[in-house]
Design a protein around this ligand. Structure first.
Ligand SMILES: Cc1cc2nc3c(=O)[nH]c(=O)nc-3n(C[C@H](O)[C@H](O)[C@H](O)COP(=O)(O)OP(=O)(O)OC[C@H]3O[C@@H](n4cnc5c(N)ncnc54)[C@H](O)[C@@H]3O)c2cc1C
Length: 358
């Protein structure tokens, strides 16, 4: 029997919140499954601390078998290979086909890479985390100059975590560093990066890779053999081909109830979804969790759905690699060890909240 009342695809931030609620409060009726690419869910907020040697891998992951047991949800550990929205059918990498009356997608996004000619430059994407960490371990064994692509929060945190671990480190961003955050936090971040010897190139979009060279337009801007990708989110190809209505980048267009506009029996949240005002960040995915839990419960019981309203502002805490953090809140910026301790406290709290046993 491969039919489910509800299938959750991906152990993203919002689905972790849904499982936690169902483990603690009553779960909706019916057969429910979670499909996850692996047995754990990595927490991105702690990745910079892990790379800086300040966290242990076990501290940065939620064990899914225990959480699913507690929520009485079947755990299916297999990557999704394709999805047919019209048939409500999921194809897994091992060849299994599952169908469901309701589906919920929280599968994140992949990292965009510039077109590459030649194989002289090795590319390592920051996601999926398990593959990234395995690749990074190999690079770490024989350090070489490194370039990071992406001047958002992830790129900056990675650069600060890795500065000092490689002989030279360059950070490229298409626009301004930390676009969307306050000018104050950008200046603080630039200060930290300069202090740690990171060469920062703003307004330098990388258009292609030719052999061991990064080009911006036709200008060669960096030579080396290792490029770490922390650039913008890109929809998974299987999602873009699922038949679900998407935005111009292939992310699922959702209504405030978190349902797909084109297929209302499919919910989508977090980075894989597109909703005006909701940014692609863990903070937004976490906040969607309670509304999603309520709406999945309502959907399975035939009750009215709630609406999610993205918060206008969100707190950003960026790890500076030395135990400290930079804070951005309502245009106000600050930095120091105290904020680093606060970030650690919040991150550890997230992991602890989802460590349930069934
Ligand atoms: C280094 C770094 C640091 C960051 N720090 C922060 C931060 O401090 N605060 C913040 O708000 N944001 C941060 N972000 C951004 C944040 O990681 C993402 O915005 C957030 O993870 C998106 O959450 P999500 O729930 O949409 O998906 P994710 O957390 O990406 O989870 C997606 C899940 O789906 C699973 N999955 C994917 N494909 C498949 C498949 N085919 N089959 C089955 N399962 C699949 C994955 O294994 C994963 O478990 C950071 C990002 C990086 C790279």
């Amino acid at each position: 029997m491969n039919h489910y009342d509800l299938l959750l695809l991906g152990a993203g931030h919002a689905h972790l919140g849904v499982l936690r609620r169902w483990a603690m409060i009553e779960r909706p009726p019916g057969r429910i499954g979670l499909i996850s690419a692996g047995p754990t869910a990595w927490y991105s907020g702690m990745l910079p601390g892990l790379l800086a040697g300040r966290q242990h891998p076990a501290d940065c992951q939620v064990e899914l078998p225990a959480l699913c047991r507690a929520a009485k949800v079947e755990l299916i550990i297999q990557p999704v290979e394709s999805l047919s929205a019209v048939q409500q059918q999921v194809q897994l990498a091992d060849g299994q086909t599952l169908t469901a009356s309701w589906l919920s997608l929280n599968v994140g996004a992949q990292v965009a890479a510039p077109p590459q000619q030649g194989t002289a430059m090795q590319l390592l994407a920051v996601k999926p985390f398990a593959e990234f960490l395995a690749g990074w371990q190999q690079w770490q064994a024989a350090p070489q100059p490194l370039a990071i692509l992406g001047g958002g929060a992830a790129g900056v945190e990675l650069a600060l975590a890795l500065a000092g671990q490689v002989p030279q480190l360059a950070l490229f961003c298409a626009g301004h560093l930390l676009d969307g955050l306050s000018a104050g936090v950008r200046l603080r971040a630039l200060g930290h990066l300069r202090q740690r010897g990171v060469w920062v190139r703003e307004d330098c979009p990388i258009s292609r890779i030719e052999d061991d060279c990064l080009l911006s337009g036709d200008e060669p801007v960096w030579r080396g053999q290792r490029l770490l990708l922390a650039s913008g989110a890109q929809a998974w190809p299987w999602l873009a081909h699922s038949g679900l209505g998407g935005d111009e980048q292939g992310f699922v267009l959702i209504a405030p109830t978190l349902q797909s506009y084109t297929h209302p029996t499919i919910f989508a949240v977090g980075d894989c979804a597109s909703l005006p005002g909701a940014r692609k960040s863990g903070v937004y995915a976490v906040r969607q969790g309670p509304v999603l839990a309520a709406n999945l419960n309502a959907a399975l019981r035939g009750l009215p759905l709630r609406r999610y309203r993205p918060q206008r502002q969100s707190l950003a805490l960026l790890a500076t690699g030395d135990g400290g953090a930079l804070l951005d809140w309502h245009g106000y910026s600050a930095g120091g060890q105290l904020f680093g301790r606060w970030k650690d406290y919040l991150d550890r709290g997230f992991i602890q909240r989802h460590r349930l046993s069934g």
